[in-house]
Design a protein around this ligand. Structure first.
Ligand code: ATP
Ligand code: MG
Length: 423
């Protein structure tokens, strides 16, 4: 019989790799919460309509990447390809954004996202994101704070000097409309040089043509009308104030006038943190301002800004650059050997240790085995201390302590003395 396999582009996370994930997740969580962001969780499945309206019909995601199916009631459902639309939906549904006036919310979430893309290094069909959304803040201070927060995370992870921040402003709707018309007119004159995707986008989403990787298309970019030439005064002011704050905060950036982001809903500030350490999947975090989305999904006009960061790409960076702290790999502190008829005593000792030392990870030897066999297991377990319990020790009320990772004499301690080793 053919062996069953995980779906292409969807990966198991094995116990050998989970410590690195936990380390990364804990670090991200603690940084986000240290800025006052609070966790929100929403379902992985939503009505397809939410993403069509929220992300935009003329985007890669909605056009060709969504996992969409009809459920048993005939409803069209989609596995979430990103979190922003669901987050706005949840906030609206629970009146978190408006109560006789705009409310502010700083939220974060994490979990799997699903996109039917070509799987490759750093690009999966089930991948994981941390996402952050701030509602009700006009900025630009909150824009700057978001970037300060990401920079401080990179610093904690040790990757600040191998990532760089690309910034742009998309202006307001009127500016984008004027630019869009100029862009269509320009590309129409050179339509023979456009690749097929770009031709298709010309009248649906011409800004996306700047995402093209095809040389003949790219050669047109130099002379194309640039969005920054069309920026309205308010957007310009917003952008300038953001840059000034970033300068004052010491957050380095590069302005990239071609940065337009993949999703339809952005306006004003857009940004990406990129690295050259991951080949062509070099964006580890991307986001921006989307002041019109809440209204587009049926709410009151609400300022909003957020980002999504790719967990798999960060894991790749940490492991390839050898940046995972050594102690992260250690998953056990104490291994208790039970030699002879002392199983219950060993299990009780394990319980006492777990109860009295917060966070201590204790494994009691499972099954049979003589001293040598159990010692071998203890060594392989990764624990730093082995406690040996035999009939003799039990009757004397002591335990033998062996230090597995340091040159140190074995000790025989009473229980009282043993607890003081950990406290
Ligand atoms: P890309 O240009 O690489 O396709 P994107 O613009 O589609 O990225 P976003 O929708 O902004 O990505 O998602 C935010 C982040 O999530 C990305 O910067 C990236 O780190 C990560 N990401 C997006 N798609 C994938 C994927 N298929 N596999 C792994 N990570 C992904
Ligand atoms: Mg993409």
């Amino acid at each position: 019989m053919k062996k069953l396999q995980a779906i292409t582009g969807m990966k198991d996370l094995l116990p050998g790799d989970s410590p690195v994930w936990q380390y990364l997740e804990n670090t991200i969580r603690s940084v986000l919460q240290s800025y006052g962001y609070r966790e929100i969780r929403f379902p992985i499945l939503e009505q397809t309509e939410l993403f069509k309206r929220g992300i935009g019909e003329a985007t890669d995601i909605v056009e060709k990447e969504m996992y969409t199916f009809e459920d048993r009631n005939g409803d069209m459902l989609t596995l979430r390809p990103e979190g922003t639309a669901s987050c706005v939906r949840a906030c609206e549904q629970h009146q978190m954004l408006f109560d006789r006036g705009i409310l502010t919310q700083k939220l974060w979430y994490t979990g799997p996202m699903f996109r039917h893309e070509k799987p490759q290094k750093g690009r999966l069909r089930q991948f994981h994101q941390f996402g952050v959304e701030a509602f009700g803040f006009k900025g630009p201070d909150v824009d700057a704070e978001l970037l300060q927060m990401t920079a401080s995370l990179w610093k904690k992870l040790g990757i600040l000097d191998v990532v760089s921040l690309q910034l742009n402003s998309l202006g307001n709707a009127a500016a984008r409309k004027a630019h869009r018309q100029a862009l269509i007119a320009y590309f129409e004159q050179h339509v023979d040089q456009l690749d097929d995707d770009s031709k298709r986008r010309l009248h649906t989403n011409p800004l996306r043509i700047f995402d093209s990787k095809v040389d003949s298309t790219r050669s047109l970019f130099d002379k194309a009308p640039m969005l920054n030439e069309y920026l309205d005064d308010e957007s310009k002011e917003h952008f300038d104030a953001l840059l000034k704050l970033l300068d004052e905060l010491g957050v380095n950036y590069t302005i990239d006038p071609l940065l337009v982001r993949g999703l339809d809903y952005y306006s004003n500030t857009v940004f990406e943190w990129v690295t050259d350490k991951l080949g062509s999947q070099g964006t580890i975090c991307g986001g921006g301002r989307y002041d019109s989305l809440v209204e587009q999904l049926g709410g009151k006009p609400t300022s909003a800004i957020g980002f999504g960061m790719g967990v798999e790409r960060l894991i790749l960076m940490l492991t390839e650059l050898n940046l995972v702290p050594e102690q992260v790999q250690q998953q056990l502190d104490v291994y208790i050997l039970a030699v002879g008829d002392v199983k219950a005593d060993a299990m009780k000792l394990g319980q006492e240790l777990r109860d009295s030392v917060e966070g201590l990870r204790v494994q009691v030897h499972g099954g049979a085995g003589n001293f040598r066999a159990q010692m071998k297991k203890a060594d392989r377990s990764g624990a730093s201390i082995a406690l040996v319990l035999g009939e003799d020790e039990v009757s004397r009320g002591v335990v033998a302590v062996k230090y597995l990772r340091e040159e140190r004499e074995q000790q025989t301690l009473t229980k009282q003395e043993l607890f003081s080793v950990f406290n």
